[in-house]
Design a protein around this ligand. Sequence first.
Ligand code: ADP
Ligand code: MG
Length: 260
Amino acid sequence: MTDAAKLPLMLTELRMPTIGRLWQELGARADKEGWGAARFLAALCEHELAERATRRIARHLAESGLPPGKTIQTFDFAVAPSIRKAHITALATGNAWIETGANILIFGPSGTGKTHVAAAIGAGLIDHGYRVLFTRTTDLVQKLQAARRDLVLPATLAKLDKFDCIILDDLGYARKDQAETAVLFELIAERYERNSLVVTCNQPFSEWDHVFPDPAVTVAAIDRLVHHATILEINTESYRRRSAAENAEAPRKRHAKATA
Ligand code: ADP
Ligand code: MG
């Protein structure tokens, strides 16, 4: 004989907390509205799955290290005419480029919104069920170097495979020494044509020889990064400088109005 009193225990053991929370309420509705057993069961499963998806996305967001608030909605595309909202929105859904392990490279001077755009793409990807890691390049390089010292670099790189997309922010921020370059390029080679990278960088490729000491390795890395890549260039005025200038301007404007 099936014992309904055991349901809470069984659902806990099966790890179905949503069904555990909803079965009585939905059951009463099913009885009242004359749902068949199949419809009742399907409704419960739908709720369980929907809540699992929500929890998964929340977990992925928490593990991502993405800066909060940097989304497509908060980006003002009017001040960055070299990129289009529709294009960034499409990239943020993942699909073809992420399924094939392609890359996105974002170039532009400091303060033009590269990090914001990269993070916005990352946040969109998470909403679409992908796993994303956002990291300053120097932070990840340090972690990889520590892993190499501890002789666990291959395992550490393999662990990063769980991320469909790694965002390397500020790739060219500081000049890298030979050892730093080596682990960074190992990461690039490891992910090549398998898992995606989104890279932001202040310097165009032509200046990468100032960042990386070995020209041959630099060329090999650029080749792999670019082979399947979307390149975005943001060549506007610094958004930081612009808003600072606008803030400085505002009191004067107010003053001008008052004395007019
Ligand atoms: P970069 O990485 O190119 O140096 P950031 O993405 O860090 O620039 O942008 C600097 C600041 O200006 C951030 O707070 C960012 O959110 C904001 N910002 C830059 N461009 C825009 C934009 N077009 N719309 C809204 N905020 C922007
Ligand atoms: Mg940045």
